[in-house]
Design a binder for this molecule. Structure first.
Ligand SMILES: NC(=O)c1ccc[n+]([C@@H]2O[C@H](COP(=O)([O-])OP(=O)(O)OC[C@H]3O[C@@H](n4cnc5c(N)ncnc54)[C@H](OP(=O)(O)O)[C@@H]3O)[C@@H](O)[C@H]2O)c1
Length: 230
């Protein structure tokens, strides 16, 4: 889908993680005309197929944020601490970092004390490891929906995604980008409110519009469900 919901200048976007989410964001963002650099853990030589398909530039993790106005971190949560220091060196002034990551202690990530014992939201923990404020977005969005569900603004069935961040300027940039990708957004507050969109909450995986997303966020419980406790 190549429609644009509104005019916006092409941006330099770095994507760290080229799996289900990172791959599909690479596909859609390049289709919209953005200049995308994409990295995984194994190196750019393993990303030639994705690069040929999309026109994105395969890079090392250390290069991914160079010149980027938006950086997407979309790796398994347990791998966030493995990302190199200086990850954001050379990023554009005022760059925004999107965090799509979820904590899956039983299935993937193991127990993370900062989240379990200190009560940090997942994104607050991630932000601490990255050393830069993050905007939580896409974490409850099925990867395939990034390709199959975009609709022009104003469409009655357009899906809405919750977006949480403390940095209002970064949140605004990310909400505009998501609108361009074909989704409405709901302001889900600051990062300390972002438990409302974590795994196991009503909004997690919800395919619905703005009103239903607002309602689901309001109905969330701060208690982690058993499935998502380590
Ligand atoms: N799948 C979904 O529908 C979905 C939806 C919403 C949110 N999420 C969340 O978004 C994040 C990504 O999910 P995913 O399904 O896209 O994961 P995935 O398919 O497993 O892909 C993970 C990607 O991260 C890369 N990676 C891992 N460690 C890395 C490191 N140290 N440095 C650089 N790259 C690294 C992997 O590279 P290699 O392949 O080279 O190891 C791979 O490209 C997760 O936290 C997940 O919980 C997923």
């Amino acid at each position: 889908m190549r429609f644009r919901t509104h005019w916006s200048a092409p941006m330099k976007i770095g994507i760290i993680g080229a799996g289900n989410i990172g791959g599909n964001l690479t596909r859609r963002l390049t289709a919209l005309g953005h200049q995308v650099s994409v990295a995984n853990s194994r190196g750019p030589q393993t990303l030639t197929a994705l690069a040929q398909e999309t026109g994105a530039t395969p890079v090392t993790v250390a290069e991914a944020a160079r010149g980027a106005e938006v950086v997407v971190v979309t790796v398994p949560l347990k791998n966030v601490p493995d990302l190199p220091s200086g990850l954001f060196d050379g990023a554009a002034d005022g760059f925004a970092v999107i965090d799509t990551c979820n904590y899956y202690p039983q299935r993937r990530d193991g127990r993370i004390a900062g989240i379990e014992d200190e009560g940090l939201t997942e994104s607050r923990w991630t932000e601490g490891r990255l050393g830069h404020p993050v905007v939580k977005a896409f974490n409850g969005t099925f990867a395939e929906d990034i390709l199959s569900k975009p609709l022009p603004a104003g469409s009655p069935d357009r899906m809405a995604l919750p977006v949480a961040a403390d940095d209002e300027a970064a949140k605004k940039v990310v909400r505009a980008l998501i609108d361009e990708l074909g989704f409405d957004t709901v302001d889900a507050g600051g990062l300390d409110d972002s438990w409302r969109q974590q795994p196991g909450t009503p909004v997690y995986g919800l395919r619905a519009g703005v009103d239903a997303v607002v309602k689901a966020l309001a109905e969330a419980s701060p208690e982690r469900t058993a499935e998502f406790r380590g």
